[in-house]
Design a protein around this ligand. Structure first.
Ligand SMILES: Nc1ncnc2c1ncn2[C@@H]1O[C@H](COP(=O)(O)OP(=O)(O)OP(=O)(O)O)[C@@H](O)[C@H]1O
Ligand SMILES: [Mg+2]
Length: 782
């Protein structure tokens, strides 16, 4: 026990050694809340609690991974459940799928899958979208799920127009999902919460099994999450939660601050521990954070203090424009590295929206600085990756209509929209999955013979693929690519984008499959792989091992820490986001978001804004964020841009935009925009009404990530073999496939492609030479 508590303060040790009974740890950033969670688990294990009796829940896979790493240091190899809420619910639902009308191999729809499913449901429900856009309908349904409102209850509500339309779509949407044996992201929580509510025997079984539940970042739980942990902590109320109300930043997806503020009311016998000391940041950084957050009215005041040594002053810097900002930041990073003060991994750059990272990427790349972006163009969202995943989904779950619609004519096989429409109508009428309908194509008399034949041959292809379902994931994927002639399709359609290479992405997906096979030699099922992919969240794939600068949104930064932090574009209309400015509560959430950003920094921090910023080709004059005027400038280094030139001396007022309407970014902040026009708790029947439900907030999205797979040095390395050196007969080495011989070279410039036959398994692969990680062993030929 000494080993576990020796590096803890008295208050931390008090929380760590508390085993039975509810526990609330409420404390500011960097005070060791997450550390307490892991130490407490280790302590419980040392006191004889069995590992399978404990579950530690959090919000990002990265945070869960970190907990796991820390626990492994204290108590190696213990099978304690640690993971995200969504993963937890996904796994429980596999066990209890039939209780909610699903089969065990159900699919998890991602954002774009859900969107297509929603479109279809809106069509099927026959509602008009003139008063409510599909987004508004989706958002209202998502809200309802977050508040555990069933379709029946929603239909009883009157309310605003978009809601009554949504109420008609909701049951149809749910029915179609069930028919497809699929759930959307909200459903994971919703179904599981409903299941616990409606099945007392399951509830008490889980309550008894998982005697010790812990939740980190409890301030971000929504009603569904609250209901879930509460239901599992009735007979054994050993629920321990940690949180910081000042870091609640997920109101837009239904998080309810009251869940933490009222914990003491929910569990009157609770033991509350406050941690006072910050171990993360310098006093300078804390002072800035503290001054800022004091401007929120809805909070309990608390002091942040630290015994850490003074560091550099926090810098507040103005730039001419976004480009100068990007260049200067990249230069600053290079300078600090050259001075031997830091390495790339020490730096993080945070922004309000993903779109803002573009010029930074450029600047970092130009200087050969390695970086990774954790942002909204997730690898798994790329077209070619989604195509192949859709095949896998359909192989795993033949009822997955969204996947079927994606692949039925990809690669193109002359199955046009009309045919698909008729197929869908037949499926809807017969209440069968579309694949089943395709099998019965000859019964669809609205369809031409030719179309029926095409469908039949698609079904034949499908059956061939499905036979491979039990092979290793790698084999399955390679077989799939080959059978569908997918690479040829990519080559034919010639999609070549500046920042992505489709064929390389296919290779990357194969690598992911190989990796998955390797990690799961025994239990690696297709279903498990798809689940993992579906649940990848924003901070996943975040490699500590890679020594890179990290670019990410403020939302994704929660819970993490970095020695050196830049927060860019602290500007009016961006932070606070213009859609949040009208509403006091939302404005306070924006302030908390900046607070979260500031408190990630350990030693060094710079906040910046520009005089002008170009967005989608438009240059706009910038007003600095109101939050900057709330900071203790006297204690900061305030550096204004030296240049006086101002393009907007004339007519500046006219060119100033009302809003950033053109800035459209499918990232969390945008969700805040979604229609919320009032508090509807009044129309929720009594049994569902929770005294703590405050403003339900719009739809959650699945946050996503991209790792910039090619580091700057990869892209810039001058010692690359010129593409012309590769020819038929050249012998090459690939890091994964081993040695092989080029059998064919086609295309020019960046499209130059080589077919390689690998000696190990005689498989043939196609690579774009500009991107492939090849080593030229022998040029071959003369
Ligand atoms: N007693 C301690 N002694 C030494 N280091 C500590 C102690 N407590 C916490 N730390 C360190 O302080 C840093 C912040 O801790 P931790 O991440 O647990 O804080 P947190 O309260 O979870 O922060 P956040 O609110 O941002 O999630 C970590 O690097 C942690 O290892
Ligand atoms: Mg933490």
């Amino acid at each position: 026990m000494d080993a576990i508590t020796k590096n803890l303060t008295a208050a931390q040790a008090e929380a760590v050694t508390h085993i039975d009974g509810p526990l609330l740890i409420i404390a500011g950033p960097g005070s060791g809340k997450t550390r307490v969670v892991t130490h407490r688990v280790a302590h419980m294990l040392s006191q004889g609690v069995r590992p399978w009796q404990i579950a530690a829940l959090t919000f990002t896979n990265k945070a869960a991974e970190e907990m796991r790493t820390r626990l492994d240091l204290l108590a190696p190899g213990q099978p304690v459940w640690m993971g995200t809420f969504h993963r937890f619910c996904a796994q429980q639902l596999r066990r209890y799928a039939s209780y909610v009308g699903l089969a065990e191999n159900y699919s998890i729809y991602d954002m774009s899958d859900s969107k297509s499913a929603m479109k279809r449901a809106i069509q099927a429900a026959g509602v008009s979208t003139s008063h409510a856009t599909p987004e508004q309908i989706a958002s209202a349904i998502s809200n309802a799920k977050n508040r555990l409102i069933t379709p029946e209850i929603m239909q009883q509500q009157s309310g605003r127009a978009s809601d009554s339309v949504a109420a008609r779509v909701y049951p149809v949407y749910q029915q179609q999902l069930l028919l497809a044996n699929a759930v959307d992201f909200d459903d994971l929580l919703y179904h599981f919460a409903c299941l616990l509510r409606e099945n007392p025997e399951v509830r008490s079984e889980l309550d008894a099994k998982l005697k010790y539940i812990m939740v980190d970042e409890y301030q971000d739980t929504n009603l569904a999450q609250y209901a879930i942990v509460r239901a599992m902590s009735v007979d054994h109320p050993n629920l321990a939660v940690t949180g910081d109300p000042d870091q609640s930043i997920y109101g837009w997806r239904g998080a309810d601050l009251n869940n933490i503020l009222d914990f003491e009311k929910d569990y009157p016998s609770v033991k509350t521990v406050r941690l006072e000391q910050n171990y993360r940041s310098t006093p300078n950084i804390l002072a800035v954070a503290d001054q800022l957050i004091r401007h929120n009215r809805r909070r309990k005041a608390k002091e942040l203090y630290t015994e850490n040594a003074d560091g550099d002053n926090v810098i507040l810097r103005q730039y001419e424009d976004g480009y100068q900002e990007a260049d200067a930041i990249a230069d600053e990073i290079a300078a600090q590295m050259i001075a031997g003060q830091a390495e790339p991994r020490d730096f993080a750059i945070f922004c309000r929206m993903n779109a803002l990272t573009r010029s930074l990427e450029h600047a970092l790349r130009n200087r050969g600085l390695p970086y990774q972006i954790i942002n909204g163009v997730e690898f798994y969202q790329r077209k070619e990756v989604k195509d192949l995943l859709a095949y896998l989904h359909l192989i795993n779950n033949p009822s997955h209509d969204v996947a079927l619609q994606r692949v039925i004519n990809t690669p193109t096989r002359s199955i046009g929209a009309t045919t698909v429409g008729r197929l869908q109508a037949f499926a809807d009428a017969e209440r069968i999955p579309m694949l089943e309908a395709a099998r019965r194509a000859s019964e669809i008399d609205t369809m031409s013979k030719r179309a029926q034949t095409m469908l039949k041959s698609f079904v034949t292809l499908y059956d061939r693929l499905r036979k491979k379902a039990t092979a290793s994931l790698e084999d399955l994927l390679r077989f799939l690519v080959e059978e569908t002639k997918y690479i040829e399709f990519l080559e034919r359609t010639g999609v070549e984008k500046e920042d992505s290479n489709p064929i390389a992405n296919v290779d990357e997906l194969v690598s992911a499959a190989v990796e998955f096979d390797r990690m799961h030699p025994d239990d690696g099922s297709l279903e498990a792989f798809l689940e993992q992919v579906a649940l990848v969240s924003d901070t996943d794939k975040f490699e500590d091992s890679g020594n890179r600068v990290t670019l990410m949104t403020l939302h994704a930064a929660k819970g993490l820490e970095f020695p050196r932090v830049f927060v860019i574009a602290v500007e009016d209309d961006l932070l606070p986001h213009y859609r949040s400015k009208q509403d006091d509560q939302q404005l306070e959430e924006e302030r908390r978001l900046l607070f979260v950003g500031i408190t990630r920094a350990q030693q060094w921090l710079q906040l910046s804004y520009a005089k002008r910023r170009s967005m989608r080709g438009d240059i706009r004059v910038v007003i600095p964020s109101m939050f900057l005027s709330e900071l203790p400038r006297a204690d900061m280094n305030v550096i204004e841009s030296q240049t006086d030139r101002d393009f907007f001396d004339d007519g500046a007022d006219e060119s100033y935009p009302d809003s950033w309407d053109l800035v459209q970014e499918p990232s969390p902040p945008e969700q805040a925009e979604q229609e919320y026009k009032g508090d509807d708790t009044s129309v929720i029947p009594e049994i569902y009404r929770d005294p703590f439900v405050s403003k339900p907030k719009p739809k959650r999205t699945k946050p996503t990530i991209t790792t910039a797979l090619q580091t700057a040095s990869d892209l810039l390395s001058s010692d690359r073999v010129p593409l012309g050196a590769y020819r038929e007969g050249s012998v090459v080495r690939h890091p994964e496939y081993g040695d092989g011989t080029i059998t064919e070279v086609t295309g020019r410039g960046p499209k130059r492609t080589a077919k390689i036959r690998f000696s190990e398994d005689q498989s043939e692969q196609t690579f774009r030479l500009a991107f492939a990680k090849l080593e030229l062993l022998d040029t071959g030929g003369d």
